[in-house]
Design a protein around this ligand. Sequence first.
Ligand code: GTP
Ligand code: MG
Length: 195
Amino acid sequence: MKITQVEFMTSAVLPDQYPTENRPEIALSGRSNVGKSSLINCLVNRKNIARISSKPGKTQTINFFLVNESVVFADVPGYGFAKVSKKIRESWGKMMETYFTKRENLVSVVQIVDLRHPPSKDDQNMYQFLKHYQIPVIVAATKADKLPKSKWHKHLKVVKEVLQMDSSDALILFSAETKMGKEELLAEIQQRIGQ
Ligand code: GTP
Ligand code: MG
């Protein structure tokens, strides 16, 4: 899949704000500050279409991007940000549950984890949640550039084990910084959407 065109569509909290056209959709999820927006920017060759922030919890709505006029990428707000109030956490949970359970054109979720650390409890819960609803998952282990190459294999193994990953789910070594894994991830996405 070669991305030649991308445009921001809309931000949404409630289902009636989601884009209505029935295009295949790929959602990107991960804990706050893991690098979701950076990964999207990397995939679509744009510096800052999905806003990058060093401040965790910046992305608070589901942001939809139209890619090649045919596929939608949905940047969902990060989880596991300890400093937000219980009320915000609850409304986040509701928003995510609604989105993941009701979005019929959702083809697959790219779950982003930090290669440097074993997946957190929140990462594990998210993965199990997606599995429970039988949503196909692609795990992207990002920030690989921050680890020496000699450690990649061992850390990938930890990610796989801690998440108790299904063998049918792809695990991709990624870096938004070096663009490592970009082509592999795009190929995986293309295969899932069948285009
Ligand atoms: P929220 O929207 O706040 O939940 O964050 P996010 O998951 O969208 O993360 P974002 O892309 O904003 O990145 C967070 C920080 O990590 C930024 O300072 C990025 O520059 C940095 N970052 C993201 N990906 C990589 C990567 O692959 N390598 C390195 N070295 N830094 C990265
Ligand atoms: Mg973001």
